[in-house]
Design a protein. Sequence first.
Length: 318
Amino acid sequence: MHKLARKVCDRLAYTARGAAARVVVAARAFEPLESFVICSDPRGGSTWLSEIVAQIPRTARIWEPLNIQAVRRFQDLGFAWRQHIHENADWPEAERALSDALRGRILNGWTVRPGSLTDLATADRLTVKFCRANALLPWLTRRFKFRHKPIHLVRHPLAVVASQLSYGAWDAPYEGFVIPSGPHSELWQEHAEYLSSLSTKAEALTAVWALTNRISLDHPRANADWLTVYYEDLLAEPEREIERIFDVWDEPVPKSAATQARVASATTKTATFEQGVEYQLAKWQRALSDRQIDSMLSVLQYFGIRQYGIELRPQSGR
């Protein structure tokens, strides 16, 4: 009974938070092109980076509006969990929905996290944290000419998958790769035969990483229209990487940014910095079996991923 009461209270708080946020921003006008956009994978470090960016005064965070389970607007459009839109394609409804997300008009208990209401009431600009928009970056940056280049935060795929497997949200039994069939699913359909051959959840999650990241990693507009930031570089040399990001943005570095970079994110279950950078970077090697590692590296090889391999850090010539 106690668990049920707690669940009801949590749900009421979730609903109330979204309603309160909509009231708070009703009379405000956030400019979508002024937003600070962060794109990464689930368990890819986007919460950590968004907490660093949140040190910019008078900003508020919007949390993962492309979660189609939590945000009905994108579900109704037929979005997949990792939606891709070819950069030259027209999809006016998706463009309007993303514009609304970037201006803080898609608010509920999911996109507004606890503690965000005060920030929303005082903010001039928004930080929008996506963990399912990597494959959208070429299209997104053609449709929206952001004043601050969006960040493509990239973490070693084996580290991402190891974290996903241990986190709990990916616990459902693996019953084969589900290939999206909605709008603009060519990205997946092109590799349908190979994807259908993957026999483990670890392989499937690695394929998702590869397909959705390589588009933006290898694109000729990478680091021109968006900025690639490697999680491993940010972890090893946070001050240097933070300065690089804010220099590209032409924004002063908040005094508290470097301190915040040394704090584990709110969604991290185990301490990040207690045993040093190399220990943290090698967590996936301890979490995965040799057999898993070999099969996941084979997936990366199939998709031509050159930035990452068995090494802990991204490769030179990236």
